[in-house]
Ligand binder design. Structure first.
Ligand code: ADP
Ligand code: ZN
Ligand code: ZN
Length: 825
């Protein structure tokens, strides 16, 4: 028989531009196929998990290494996914390996540096059954603590250590160090049954007779029969339950195993909790909601993408649910994308009531086990375990099979975009490409759509459906301004609070109503400052001032983590008049207590108070249960929350949002203020919003007060077309980075010049970003703005060519890095 020489081109999870070619050992010829993971040698003495892209017989001109091992029997990455990875790499100008790294849960990837150690919880028993090599590894580990895969290979003198390591992990003998809990191993639970030999009631009598002198064993058997309910029915009894209920030890259980009266077996259980919370019928839609639903469906007959522009509280979620059910009943899956899972516990709770365990939640904060479990469940469409996948942006990477609908909720949110590291993809835009592969529909929902999205709808590229009334006929809140400058003149500012806001708060509290205060993240960093000369302690590695954290009593840098004890003297003039300035949410909390009294319960919600896994959820549920009177927070309090007792929302300083140099500042300010206002008065009574600002006449604030999205959109679009911004132009931001300031200055200048040869005045810069130096690396930005109808492909290819050239023209530039951000937000 003739043996073919096969090669595979594989994607490696590294930031390298190409696929890598390996030769397939003959005996593995039948097993290689795209989407299957393999172990490949890489560089010197390194092994990586790679994914096969193509299998072919084209003999490369260079010598290739053999692939080591195949990890999967069936592809874990589908052809649709591989195409999507390629699209992302091309569109967002990154390496396909970067996409692979972002797309696959980490426990799918082992590398030779991966450190292995003994599992502390491992208990050896007769069923462990280690092979010789497994024993050798186990012994070596108990001697040396940890080993990496290369060392293991040496010890057992074999190249293919992965199968052994994988088996040891499966047996629970070892764990991986990086993420001790990360390597996927199905969780198992022990169950007890009656032995197969006991089939009739009479036999049991004999059994009890035989146990006459073993009282405890009798007791245990009785307890088993009780727990399992019916004789012969073999109802499951958990070993743990049996032991707990009987109060007897596992030694007694074992003696019944030994007598072949009871048997033990293991069941694989999901890590994803079984939902047994409250269940609810879906709500009857109102006429307005039904109209919207019909319009959406009609729109999908013509175009695959539709924008649902519904004001806050219009009941969009219920429309989504009804729509989702239409697809689910056809046996299709729905992907429900949310900007940040941490901020959406409320939606999860709502949807769980409708879908129970038919909804799977997927995001990067989940443990790798849980992610692998969802991945496999979605991959195995025969199981059809989930109707709905709810996820943050990484959920677009799941191996869908029958995707019918994608819902992008709060589509305007910038957190759909990944900033760092590459791939700097936008999950909203990527989902459109994903949908195309399945011919599925996409519904983008928002009360404040992104300008580009609305533009696409108005241009007829997307369908457009509007919901202009709140559910239950509740009015939108009344929005008023507190003029900070005026209040100051009249001595009516108390710290950061205007008398107007304070009085309105007191009123609300008196009526037992709750309040949300919003402080923009930008305006909130508390610093130390010299009263005499204005000196502010700065980070030594970054060009930013240090932020004071009351909790740790340290000044720290948010970019590199550098910390410093607050100085007692000014670093410039030596004065000891140094004090804290700026308002963190902590400071606000403190001041509120002074003004409103100690008995008012205030809770902060910001990055500091929501670090732990459940902190956010706890705060939300405390607020729901009215254990908190005032919730003070940053951006987090604006997103999609639905509380029924909030009557007042205060925006502490709108100016921070309005005045910073970004072409989207006004759009963002409008969205933030409208969204946070939308949290007020969602039930029955009309709510109030007070915006504190120096510029109450600013047109954006006026538009917010008039709830005039259309007006904001029209005005903003006019500016965008005048100043050549999206949607009329597309933007690519390039950041030239190096540790040497001169190199950055020179290289970015030269780079800009080269780009201008063909792109002309579409090239802007170079200029320092808002923070010129981060972690001792200088960065300068070059921005490309090009016409929407220009060839993106040509522009991108040209940029990549110029980056490659730059590194070659001058040996000093070799280590210059250029970060690429396509469609920055
Ligand atoms: P949006 O997402 O548009 O801001 P929601 O979907 O959160 O609005 O709806 C606002 C409130 O109205 C929620 O408390 C929701 O439960 C309620 N609601 C919406 N539609 C209905 C309906 N058809 N029947 C009963 N309650 C509804
Ligand atoms: Zn000073
Ligand atoms: Zn720093």
């Amino acid at each position: 028989m003739e043996r073919k020489t096969l090669f595979v081109d594989a994607i490696v999870p590294l930031s390298v531009p190409n696929l890598y070619t390996y030769r397939v050992p003959y005996e593995l010829n039948d097993f290689v196929q795209p989407g299957v993971r393999i172990i490949v040698p890489f560089g010197r003495n390194k092994l990586h998990t790679a994914v096969i892209r193509t299998v072919h017989e084209n003999i490369p001109t260079y010598t290739t290494k053999l692939l080591d091992y195949i990890l999967d029997d069936i592809p874990i990455v589908t052809e649709v996914q591989l195409k999507l990875w390629e699209w992302i790499a091309t569109y967002y100008m990154c390496n396909i390996g970067d996409v692979m790294t972002a797309a696959l849960p980490s426990s799918f990837k082992l590398a030779s540096e991966t450190k292995i150690l003994l599992n502390e919880n491992f208990q050896e028993n007769e069923s462990t059954n280690l092979t010789d090599n497994e024993y050798i590894i186990k012994d070596a580990l108990s001697l040396r603590g940890t080993l990496d895969l290369a060392e293991i290979a040496q010890i057992i003198d074999r190249k293919t250590v992965y199968p052994i390591v994988k088996r040891l992990i499966d047996k629970g003998v070892i764990v991986v160090e990086e993420e001790i809990k990360a390597v996927y191993r199905p969780k198992k639970e022990k169950y007890v049954t009656l032995s197969d030999s006991i089939t009739a009631e009479e036999q049991l009598e004999d059994v009890f007779e035989g146990l006459k002198r073993a009282v405890k064993q009798q007791e245990l058997l009785l307890q088993y029969l009780q727990l399992s309910n019916h004789f012969g029915n073999k109802t499951e009894v958990k070993k743990a339950d049996l032991i707990e209920k009987s109060g007897l030890s596992s030694a007694i259980v074992k003696s019944l195993y030994d007598k072949n009266i009871l048997n033990e077996y293991e069941v694989e259980i999901g890590r994803l909790k079984n939902y047994n919370g409250e269940r609810q019928e879906i709500k009857q839609l109102t006429d307005d909601q039904n109209v919207a639903l019909d319009q959406i469906q009609a729109s999908f007959l013509e175009k695959p993408i539709c924008l649902l522009h519904g004001i806050t509280g219009s009941g969009k979620t219920e429309v989504y649910v009804e729509l989702m059910n239409r697809y689910i009943s056809k046996g299709q899956t729905v992907l429900y994308l949310l900007p940040e899972i941490a901020l959406t516990t409320q939606i999860i709770t709502r949807l769980k009531k409708y879908y129970g365990d038919r909804i799977g939640v997927y995001h990067s904060k989940f443990s790798p086990h849980e992610r692998v479990e969802i991945w496999n469940a979605v991959l195995n469409d025969k199981l059809h375990q989930y109707d709905v996948i709810l996820g943050a942006r990484s959920a677009v990477f799941l191996p869908f099979k029958k995707l019918g609908l994608i819902i992008v909720d709060e589509e305007h949110e910038t957190s759909f975009k990944q900033h760092d590291p590459a791939p700097r993809y936008n999950a909203r835009d990527t989902s459109v490409i994903l949908a195309r592969a399945f011919k599925s529909d996409v519904l983008l929902g928002s009360a404040t759509p992104a300008i580009e999205t609305m533009w696409n709808a108005k241009e007829g590229n997307f369908g457009l459906v509007e919901m202009k009334k709140r559910f239950g006929g509740v009015q939108l809140p009344e929005i008023q301004c507190a003029d900070i400058a005026k209040a100051k003149r009249k001595k009516e500012m108390f710290g950061i609070f205007s008398a107007f806001l304070l009085e309105t708060m007191k009123d609300a509290l008196k009526k037992g109503e709750q309040i949300i205060l919003f402080q923009n993240r930008r305006g909130y960093a508390p610093k130390w400052m010299c009263e005499d000369c204005g000196w502010i302690p700065m980070c030594t590695q970054c060009d930013v001032s240090l932020t004071y954290h009351k909790y740790t009593q340290l000044l720290s840098c948010h970019y590199c983590g550098y910390t410093l004890r607050p100085p007692s003297k000014c670093g410039a003039c030596g004065s000891s008049d140094i004090k804290m300035v700026g308002f963190g949410t902590e400071k606000i909390e403190e001041e509120l207590s002074v003004h409103l009294g100690k008995e008012v319960v205030i809770q902060r919600m910001d990055l500091d108070t929501t670090r732990s896994k459940h902190a956010y959820q706890n705060i939300i549920s405390d607020f729901e249960q009215r254990k908190i009177d005032i919730l003070v927070g940053t951006q987090m309090v604006t997103k999609g929350l639905d509380f029924d007792n909030v009557s007042l929302v205060g925006v502490l300083n709108a100016d921070d949002m309005l005045f910073y140099p970004d072409y989207r500042a006004f759009e963002r300010a409008y969205q933030l203020m409208t969204q946070v206002s939308g949290r007020a008065g969602r039930n029955k009574k009309r709510g109030k919003v007070i915006i504190q600002t120096h510029t109450p006449d600013h047109w954006i604030i006026q538009k917010v007060m008039q709830n005039d999205y259309e007006g904001m959109y029209t005005q903003e679009l006019y500016e965008r077309s005048n100043f050549q911004y999206p949607p009329y132009y597309r933007i690519i931001r390039l950041t030239v980075r190096h540790r040497d300031k001169h190199v950055v200055d020179d290289a970015s200048k030269e780079f800009t010049k080269a780009l201008k040869v063909k792109l002309g005045n579409r090239v802007l810069g170079p200029e320092y970003g808002a923070i010129p130096r981060i972690k001792n690396v200088y960065n300068k930005q070059v921005t490309i703005k090009y016409e929407r109808n220009a060839s993106a492909k040509q522009v991108k290819e040209y940029i990549l060519a110029k980056i490659a050239e730059l590194r070659q023209v001058n040996s000093l530039y070799k280590s210059v890095r250029v970060k690429i951000d396509v469609d920055p937000v």
